[in-house]
Design a protein around this ligand. Structure first.
Ligand SMILES: *Cc1c(COP(=O)(O)O)cnc(C)c1O
Length: 395
């Protein structure tokens, strides 16, 4: 059994704060700050350029990728780190499209995160493809024989709705298409099984449930059946078969290494590597069970105490990730009042109050405090003041 009291102790959780926003930015693992300080003191400062070999900076993107692999149902040597998620979406989507020559249609849904859709729209324009966007519940019926790539985010960033990855991937394959999954709100939140679902490509970020810190690098996975066939469209020197031969022509490295682009963010990877230590003793079945326990308790508590909000997430935990949202017409002001009361969730336009439950450090006490604070704010109307209604440019 995973010891979630021990995993909670691994994080720096500021006094007096109930943090339910780890689906946007995970808190700092104590080990991360120590590890980065040591890396600065022993590696960058003393080793200088020899750190690329001596300290293993060069192989870090794959070594860290191997640690992520276990959390998403992938095998060793199949995941590589780098860049941001938007870039990884571009790489995976372009590679998938190229593997289906003669087909030009990308299918996604309106529950996807805008950046994924923007990237797909720009790529489609550049290569003469077509992006089709349907409602999440219409995806299955929209998988047609002209589809090249099904591109979905498994867990919806607003509602927490979780797609059936295995079933939709099978549908896509039956239609002759490939399936690309964005795991931004899945990795570290739910029991992802890319191999079991037989997915083709996957991408995700590491600053949400994986707690790698602001700007932590993204990951990309290619199923081994495509790994040596996928043509990278961003042909950078770090994805070259022999980067230090400085050939004038590009020749992709074998396997997932070709999805590297430029110099890896070594300091950020060091923080992430330390953040991943917490996961060593975590079982994915335990993670899922804990997530369901927390989200079920939150829904029951809010529905019993807050008649003014409406559940905006699937009621069936099997169809939900590790976040819960409710709607309130004055959602923005209500969330500002909650934050002022020490409960940090976030607001998503137009009226969504969103709460992420990270099994590694959230517990039933957090759930209780959040329910109590929300109930009090809605009951006494304390959200209804000028200062909570003014929207800042950046929130
Ligand atoms: C958080 C998130 C992103 C963010 O992309 P970055 O390039 O890391 O800023 C992209 N897609 C999805 C689905 C996300 O949830």
């Amino acid at each position: 059994m995973t010891d979630f009291a021990a995993t909670r102790r691994a994080f720096h959780l500021p006094q007096g704060i109930t943090y339910l926003d780890g689906n946007s930015l995970g808190p700092m693992p104590v080990a991360a700050s120590e590890r980065v300080a040591r890396m600065m003191a022993e590696e960058w400062s003393e080793m200088l350029i020899t750190g690329w070999n001596k300290a293993g900076w060069y192989v870090q993107p794959r070594k860290v990728g191997d640690r992520i692999a276990r959390l998403i149902g992938a095998g060793p040597g199949q995941v590589v780190m780098g860049d941001t998620l938007s870039i990884k979406v571009f790489q995976a989507l372009s590679a998938a499209l190229a593997l289906r020559p003669g087909r030009r249609v990308i299918l996604s849904d309106s529950g996807n995160f805008p950046s994924d859709l923007y990237v797909a729209e720009g790529l489609a324009r550049a290569v003469g493809a077509e992006l089709r966007v349907v409602a999440p519940e219409e995806v299955e019926a929209a998988i047609t024989g002209d589809l090249a790539v099904l591109m979905l985010t498994e867990v919806d960033y607003r509602t927490g709705r979780r797609h059936d990855m295995a079933a939709l991937t099978t549908r896509a394959h039956d239609a002759g298409a490939l399936a690309l999954w964005d795991l931004a709100h899945s990795a570290g939140a739910v029991d992802v099984d890319l191999t079991g679902a037989d997915a083709d490509f996957a991408v995700g970020c590491t600053y949400k449930y994986l707690n790698g810190g602001p700007g932590a690098p993204a990951f990309i996975w290619t199923h081994p059946r495509h790994a040596d066939a996928a043509q990278p469209i961003l042909q950078g020197w770090m994805g070259h078969d022999a980067p230090f031969a400085f050939d004038l022509g590009y020749r992709p490295a074998p396997g997932i290494e070709r999805m590297r682009v430029g110099t890896p963010p070594v300091i950020a990877l060091t923080a992430l590597d330390a953040a991943l230590d917490v996961w060593d003793d975590v079982g994915l079945a335990d993670l899922r069970a804990r997530s369901i326990e927390l989200t079920e308790a939150f829904i029951a508590g809010v529905e019993a105490a807050c008649p003014d909000v409406v559940l905006n997430s699937p009621r069936d935990p099997a169809r939900r990730g590790s976040q819960v949202s409710f709607r309130h017409p004055q959602g923005y002001a209500v969330m500002q009042a909650l934050i002022a009361a020490g409960v940090i969730g976030d607001f998503r336009a137009p009226d969504v109050l969103r709460f992420g439950f990270a099994p590694l450090y959230n517990d039933l006490d957090d759930v209780g405090r959040a329910v109590d604070a929300l109930a009090r704010i809605l009951r006494d109307g304390s959200w209804n003041v000028e200062r909570f209604q003014q929207r800042a440019a950046v929130t």
